[in-house]
Design a protein around this ligand. Structure first.
Ligand SMILES: N[C@@H](CCC(=O)N[C@@H](CS)C(=O)NCC(=O)O)C(=O)O
Length: 218
């Protein structure tokens, strides 16, 4: 199976998928997409991903069939279905629902309102850098307030349980993103501890933005 991930070094959603691919021990090529110059809105990229968002995962099966997958959570669940070990989602249905709920706080409720296109729309409405930072800080902190007790309850080293999984795939990039917006992380000790542990995992460390081929600065 040949895998190509259309990724952008600092962007959260492809960072989630890089962590998942690395945890599964899969080889993949990175095809960088430059969000700053809006390469993701070019016709060529839209042909791959009509939403004009990263990531897109191109999959070439051993039979030579080419498929394209979009949406980071869908890609991570496809990975778990295709390469079951190590599991990103637990087997127990209640645990699976809890893991999805924790991941979706990040992927469905925090991230979408702070995405590049939203920040660009705020700029067009006259909101300056301080205003955009305050906006992002507000919604990241709001989501982390909900997530913090869940990590405290369900984490046993990692964000859910004692092995890295779907929640870590989403949480590590979101905490990286929070640092870019200077979010005060002191109210979130359980999240901080889980992310510190996750960042020590070699597969997760290897997905870091600074190690990506398109990283423009560390
Ligand atoms: N729900 C999507 C979100 C994808 C997404 O928003 N990606 C961002 C980077 S993290 C992007 O491409 N932003 C470009 C823009 O907002 O113009 C997913 O999880 O894959």
């Amino acid at each position: 199976m040949k895998l190509t991930l259309h990724s952008a070094w600092r962007a959260s959603a492809p960072y989630r998928v890089r962590i998942g691919l690395n945890l599964k021990g899969l080889d993949y090529a990175i095809q960088p997409v430059d969000l700053v110059s809006s390469q993701h809105q070019d016709e060529a990229y839209r042909a791959l991903n009509p939403q004009a968002l990263v990531p897109t995962l191109e999959v070439e099966t051993p039979g030579g069939v080419a498929r394209r997958l979009t949406q980071s959570l869908a890609i991570l669940e496809w990975l778990d279905d295709t390469v079951p070990e190590p599991r990103l989602l637990p087997a127990d249905p209640f645990d699976r629902a809890t893991v999805r709920a924790m991941a979706e706080i990040i992927a469905c409720d925090i991230h979408p309102v702070n995405n590049l296109r939203i920040l660009r729309a705020l700029t067009q409405l006259g909101v300056d850098q301080d205003g955009r930072d305050a906006w992002a800080q507000r919604w990241i902190a709001d989501g982390f307030m909900a997530l913090e007790p869940m990590v405290a309850e369900h984490g046993r080293g990692y964000a859910f349980g004692d092995a890295p999984g779907l929640v870590d795939c989403c949480l590590v990039p979101q905490v990286y993103n929070a640092a870019r917006f200077h979010v005060d992380m002191t109210p979130f000790p359980a999240i901080n501890a889980a992310v510190a542990k996750a960042l020590n995992h070699p597969a997760i460390a290897a997905a870091h933005p600074n190690l990506q081929p398109d990283a423009t600065h560390a």
